[in-house]
Structure formats: C-alpha cells, structure tokens
Design a protein around this ligand. Sequence first.
Ligand code: FES
Length: 63
Amino acid sequence: MYVCLCHGISDKKLRKLAIEQGVSDIRQIRKVTPLGSQCGKCIRSAREILESEITNTNSKHIS
Ligand code: FES
C-alpha cells in the first residue's frame, strides 16, 4: 500500500527503513526520503506505521 502517493513511498519501504536503518520518527524518514514534502497528507499515516513497526520490533526483542 502506498503511504505517500506524491512520491510513491509504500508502507513496506517505511518498515524496511525502520528495520534496516533504525529510522524511528518522521524527521529521520524525511532525511532519507521526500515523504511529506508535497501535500503532507501522508505524514500522519507514516507516523502510525512507524510507531506500529517500532512496537512490533520491540515486542519481538522482548519475547
Ligand atoms: Fe506524501 Fe503528498 S502523499 S507528500
């Protein structure tokens, strides 16, 4: 699913960045992608995806 339609950034790509590069917030995502730089509508859903990925990753480490 595309999170950012303006730049064609998918939720998979965001999750991959979170896992592989340790990107954990919108500011860091915006350093490595143009996410949110056009209409900005994607920022909220991108934040939710990042938060859920971080929660998932943390719970995997705990168990
Ligand atoms: Fe991401 Fe427009 S949908 S900047």
